[in-house]
Write a protein that binds this ligand. Structure first.
Ligand code: PLP
Length: 394
């Protein structure tokens, strides 16, 4: 019998983050007391007024196919949000509401990348970019950023030889490093994109999760960038709506028209009542977003302190998002380290190598969980590290 599977999938790995959290869930199902710091899934319940909106929509019978681009009320709310908060003007037909930001990124790649095209990723980069590029037939090229600082400089951008580069994926606030790009870094990216005539996919999923006065700027606001940027955003992280599957994409008409075909011919639309809840999220009070942010910030301090107190661990302070990305001396093989930590201490973290070559030697720790879980996890982790490297100075 012949091989029925598609060749383009053979180089695509299953998501490393999902693999770890699936294993953690399986251990939990066996009754093990697993502490899961591997997922990007806030422990908060979606705010009540948002849940109610979906519930009422379902009760009313708003359960049929919505317009493929998105329900008008949500499109209007997104348009207003982008204009007021991000300084970005888009017409309705320059937006598409997707079931999750991830589909927005996938549809962006499918709409723009052709076989043989290279797509630049600033390493470390979120785990799902590389498989998405491969699914679209492109070749990922990592631009390595100097570990720990992860500064984006013109020199770093020019350091890779990528003559067929067409697209660059940019993500700030960053998963996994927690870095928030400075004005200088944004300028470096935009100058490089213009110089090399690149399209930029700007993943802004974590824009509301900022600490210590850091500010978010949408890349498309920089001179000459609106016309070459696809802005991707969503509701998962800011509003604790991961399970609702809701995101959106904004791009110039010629690009969005192609992206819209991918969306329409694959998923049709995001769920009607989910979209109405998303509209409420944008229109309604934002104080719960602030409350969640305060808790993440307090967790962040706890995480940075606890990790830096462990032997052989160096953890810079995240500026945004809800991840710490410490370098761990005994995690030079980060997959093995993460596996052992899960088996020996029942603590799930994500191996750094999953985020590209400069991620090796690190692990990603999500602090979108309760302080209690974090404290117990670090107690166990410190014990493992103390047993491994008793001689290292503290
Ligand atoms: C950097 C980044 N982009 C996009 C996404 C996709 O989020 P969603 O599909 O839930 O909107 C995630 C989720 O973890 C992420 O971390």
């Amino acid at each position: 019998m012949r091989d029925f599977t598609a060749a383009r999938l053979r180089d695509v790995q299953e998501s490393a983050t999902i693999a770890v959290s699936d294993k953690a869930k399986a251990l939990k199902a066996q009754g093990k007391d697993v502490l899961d710091l591997s997922g990007g899934d806030p422990h908060f319940k979606t705010p009540e007024h948002i849940r109610r909106e979906a519930f009422e929509a379902m009760e009313r019978g708003d359960t049929r196919y919505p317009p493929s681009r998105g329900v008008p009320r949500l499109l209007e709310a997104i348009q207003r949000k982008l204009a007021q908060e991000n300084g970005l003007e888009y017409a309705r037909d320059e937006l598409v509401v997707t079931p999750g930001g991830k589909l927005g990124i996938y549809a962006s790649l499918m709409a723009t990348v052709e076989p043989g095209d290279q797509v630049l990723l600033l390493s470390p980069a979120w785990v799902s970019y590389e498989p998405g590029i491969r699914l679209a037939g492109g070749s990922p090229v990592y631009v390595p950023l100097e570990p720990e600082e992860y500064r984006i400089t013109p020199e770093a951008l020019r350091s890779v030889d990528a003559p067929r580069a067409k697209v660059l994926i940019f993500n700030s606030p960053n998963n996994p490093t927690g870095r928030v790009a400075t004005r200088e870094e944004l300028e470096a990216v935009s100058e490089f994109a213009r110089e090399r005539d690149l399209l930029v996919i700007s993943d802004e999923l974590y824009e509301k999760l900022l600490y210590d006065g850091h500010e978010h700027t949408s890349l498309a606001t920089l001179p000459g960038m609106w016309e070459r940027t696809i802005t991707v955003n969503g509701f998962s992280k800011a509003y604790a709506m991961t399970g609702w599957r809701l995101g959106y994409v904004a791009a110039p008409r010629e690009i969005i028209a192609q992206l819209f075909k991918v969306h329409q011919q694959s998923v049709t639309a995001a769920a009607t009542f989910t979209q109405l809840a998303g509209a409420r999220a944008l229109e309604g009070p934002q104080d719960e977003v602030d409350d969640m942010l305060r808790e993440y910030d307090s967790n962040r301090r706890l995480v940075v302190q606890a990790l830096n107190d462990m032997p052989g661990v160096y953890c810079p302070s995240p500026e945004g998002a809800f991840y710490a990305f410490p370098r761990i001396e005994s995690a030079s093989d980060s997959v093995r380290f993460a596996q052992e930590l899960l088996e020996d201490a029942l603590v799930a973290v994500t191996p750094g190598v999953a985020f590209g070559p400069t991620g090796e030697g690190h692990v990603r720790i999500s602090f979108a969980t309760s302080a209690d879980v974090l404290e117990r996890a670090f107690e166990r982790m410190a014990k493992v590290l103390n047993d491994r490297v008793p001689s290292l100075p503290r």
